[in-house]
Design a protein around this ligand. Structure first.
Ligand SMILES: Nc1ncnc2c1ncn2[C@@H]1O[C@H](COP(=O)(O)OP(=O)(O)OP(=O)(O)O)[C@@H](O)[C@H]1O
Ligand SMILES: [Mg+2]
Length: 405
């Protein structure tokens, strides 16, 4: 059982919505600010008290995350109240005190199909900005009773996000609260500070300051270069990122991670298949080995579509690990941006291809949260290394699903 911290005023409002008139409660705001925890409790108390509607819905971005985050919280609340409960893995159905809670992921087509034919009592939708609009519409349209209610949580995104424009700006809710980390009394100062340090730029505004804001202009507005590596640099590992284009640009970047966690982008390579003669995978593999030089490489993170190039490297038995990169664009940019803005990662002045791209790599003007797919080859190669590594280490706070890329 969890240890309880006193509920903050906003958390109490999320919980007490179960006693208020009205249909929709929205908890928007910063990460780890206690939104899900308190809104879920309000939803749970309400659904347990209105037992005449036996089927309720718990929606979110993916089932795994929901089972890891929401199910234990619900189980904990049930235990505290001395209620019996069990979870049916086959049906993704949690039953507590004879009341049923169907867990449905917004990105699972089959589970979305399931809710189309149901009449549901009340609902909970976690991280609504990460589920498709259609899913949310279906979910709300199934809450058919006069006293149906829904609790919704989210971190802010773009001002043009469908949920911001269609529900928040259109005031299609009954009560809304904006949460900050200070609204969660269970967080210590150190944890709050660590959470703050994970975000920069537009993502800091959204995830920490709880402001809906657009991505605009140049993506990496702040970054530092360097002339020479520090003397007595204690190297932890050296990695390579590869973005691959058959008849466009192939780029390699080399990144040193020091034992103190600092990163140095030391070198870059570019082959332009449009302007220069086309190179075969064999040619690119020999260029790669020249690029490696005498360095002992730990891992090469490649563009996950570059299967033929990977196969060529495998055949050549190159002496380092080959890993398909995680190509989640927004999560990757968020993590890479934080490395640049915090000054943890610097670029060698001689990396002219990287520096050229850093100066012009931009957000799309029309489509929120989408980079323009130009001048992005080295940017992608860097992102592959940083995101795939930091995500594994748990620092990437991966949240955005692939459909937002
Ligand atoms: N009153 C409380 N007592 C004990 N633990 C709490 C309390 N409120 C929140 N927590 C814990 O704090 C952590 C963060 O809370 P929660 O998951 O609700 O944040 P969130 O605002 O939904 O964050 P995110 O936007 O990252 O999903 C969770 O581990 C939760 O269990
Ligand atoms: Mg949450």
């Amino acid at each position: 059982m969890e240890e309880y911290a006193p509920f903050s005023e906003k958390q109490r409002r999320a919980i007490n919505f179960c006693q208020e008139p009205g249909y929709m409660y929205i908890a928007q705001g910063a990460i780890r600010s206690g939104k899900t925890y308190s809104a879920l409790l309000g939803f749970f108390i309400y659904t347990q008290s209105i037992t005449k509607y036996k089927l309720n819905i718990v929606g979110g971005r993916n089932l795994r995350a929901m089972k890891l985050e929401m199910l234990p919280t619900l189980q904990d609340h049930a235990n505290t109240m001395g209620l019996t409960h069990h979870y049916d893995k086959m049906d993704n159905m949690w039953t507590c005190n004879d009341v049923k809670y169907l867990f449905v992921a917004g990105h699972n087509y089959q589970s979305e199909q399931r809710i189309r034919s149901l009449s549901l009592g009340s609902g909970f939708c976690d991280e609504v900005t990460l589920v498709p609009e259609e899913f949310f519409k279906h979910l709300t349209s199934r809450l058919t009773y006069d006293d149906s209610k829904i609790w919704v949580t989210c971190n802010p995104g773009s001002k043009r996000h469908w949920f911001k424009e269609g529900w928040i700006d259109a005031e299609k809710y009954d009560l809304i609260d904006t949460f900050y980390m200070d609204d969660n009394a269970s967080l210590g100062e150190k944890v709050k500070e660590r959470n703050r340090s994970l975000y920069s730029g537009v993502f800091k505004k959204r995830m920490i300051d709880a402001v809906w804001c657009n991505t605009d202009g140049i993506i990496y507005k702040e970054w530092l270069d360097y002339d020479r590596l520090p003397t007595k640099l204690a190297v932890k590992r050296i990695d390579i990122g590869v973005d691959y284009g058959v008849s466009s640009i192939t780029s390699f970047v080399k990144i040193i991670t020091a034992k103190d966690g600092k990163r140095y982008i030391t070198d870059n390579y570019q082959h332009n298949g449009e302007e220069d003669d086309n190179k075969t995978d064999e040619d690119l593999a020999s260029d790669l080995m020249k690029f490696v030089g005498g360095d002992k490489i730990n891992t090469l993170y490649y563009d996950p579509t570059a299967v033929s190039f990977r196969n060529t490297l495998r055949r050549k038995k190159i002496p380092f690990i080959l890993k398909a990169a995680d190509n989640e664009v927004i999560g990757g940019i968020r993590t890479t941006m934080n490395q640049f803005y915090s000054g943890n990662m610097k670029v060698n002045k001689k990396c002219k291809h990287i520096i050229r791209e850093l100066d012009i790599y931009s957000w799309h003007e029309e489509i929120p949260d989408k980079p323009i797919k130009e001048n992005d080859h080295h940017m992608d190669a860097i992102r592959y290394v940083i995101y795939t590594q930091d995500k594994v280490a748990g620092l990437g706070l991966v949240r955005l699903p692939s459909y937002m890329q």
